[in-house]
Design a protein around this ligand. Structure first.
Ligand code: SAH
Length: 360
């Protein structure tokens, strides 16, 4: 942990301007600093050659750029690459590069672990450790882009890594604003997708934001009772209220809400489920993305056969619902949806690990 220093990669442009003004320097240097950090991935003030020596020295005394460090990289046979990243306080998260879908996509985490405990998701088994800061969320994009030689490539980001973005609202939205800033990565919000289980108050708030990412809703079920079991937050914010909020959500012309639906064999994969889904989505500008379960040890469900997946998809399309089936990527390196879980919790609880290390 770098103590006493503020993460300048955590500050929006106007905040850096303010910090410079406080130090008695002209505000326009903020743009230069923001460009160095977010556009060129430079984290050492000494290398920021268009800043005066005095300013560089002063910055180095007060600030640092906390960039997640690559602890391990695993490349799947399909090119998907999973990055295990170490944060300044030693915590671990995962981010995934998914090539050629046809876009280049970064799957980014918003929390260390997740509090939502969806019944089929491995990350949920970790529980929540802490929220990521905006700097750590945007920092993942910086690190992946630099590691992959993609600082000048157009990429899409999906907030579908570890964590529930609407359970870490402030930092998530701040990170998206920093990524969109024209002096930095300059990413169009149309290239950003926020995926959520539907934390309703936060979803209502998102509806009022000037910066609007694409929205994906993790629906997964067509009845309140079943969704209560699969996506526990449904007990607090039910399916009906969630869909009502989606109906009210301001969607731009020609855009749609994506509804993600994980298919679990003999649980939610029958033609009746598909027909109920059609009825539920009536009147919402949406499309459905089917996610045949990625199986994992400790997940008490099975993936349906391709036949069953196709039959489900067919019912939707026959009723005029746009549907796609997510092709699972990176399964051989456990980088697929719901398979992100960091090593420390994959093995044992911290206390137990310590005991093992000490030879107990
Ligand atoms: N918390 C957010 C984003 C993270 S997960 C959300 O839930 O939307 C991204 C998607 O992967 C979600 O739709 C999630 O339900 C799904 N998912 C989780 N575990 C899965 C698994 N084992 N197989 C397939 N999809 C899974």
């Amino acid at each position: 942990m770098i103590t006493g220093l503020t993460d300048i990669g955590e500050l929006e442009l106007h905040e850096i301007e303010q910090a410079l003004a406080d130090l008695g320097h002209p505000r326009f240097h903020a743009r230069q600093i923001f460009q160095w950090v977010h556009k060129r991935g430079v984290v050492d003030f000494a290398l920021m050659s268009d800043l005066g020596r005095d300013l560089r020295g002063q910055l180095a005394m007060q600030f640092a750029v906390f960039t997640p460090q690559v602890e391990r990289k695993e490349r799947s046979s399909d090119g998907t690459t999973k990055f295990l990243l170490r944060l300044a306080d030693g915590k671990l998260i995962e981010s995934v590069y998914i090539p050629d879908t046809p876009a280049q996509t970064f799957c980014i985490s918003t929390q260390v672990g997740c509090a939502m405990r969806c019944a089929f998701c491995l990350t949920g088994k970790m529980g929540i450790d802490r929220n990521l800061t905006a700097g750590e969320i945007a920092g993942q994009v910086r690190v992946l882009a630099r590691e992959l030689g993609m600082l000048d490539t157009r990429v899409n980001i999906v907030l579908m890594g570890m964590g529930e973005p609407l359970h870490n609202y402030e930092a998530t939205m701040k990170a998206l604003r920093m990524l969109a800033d024209e002096h930095g990565f300059a990413m169009s919000p149309r290239r950003m997708t926020l995926s959520t289980v539907g934390v309703l108050p936060a979803l209502e708030r998102l509806a009022t934001e000037p910066l609007m990412p694409n929205l994906a809703i993790s629906l997964h079920s067509t009845t309140e009772d079943q969704r209560d079991m699969l996506v526990p937050i449904n007990r607090k914010y039910g399916l009906k209220e969630l869909l009502d909020a989606c109906r009210r959500f301001p969607i731009k012309r020609r855009e749609r809400i994506t509804f993600e639906y994980v298919l679990l064999r003999d649980v939610n994969d029958t033609p009746e489920d598909a027909r109920r889904l059609v009825r539920l989505l009536h009147g919402i500008r949406g499309k459905v993305n089917l996610l045949p379960l990625n199986e994992a040890a400790g997940i008490p469900f099975e993936r349906p056969s391709d036949d069953r997946v196709n039959r489900f998809a067919r019912v939707l399309s026959d009723h005029g619902v746009t549907v796609s089936v997510r092709k699972s990527r990176g399964r051989d390196i456990r980088a697929a949806c719901g398979q992100l879980i960091t090593e420390s919790s994959r093995t044992a609880a911290p206390g137990k690990r310590l005991a093992m290390l000490m030879g107990a």
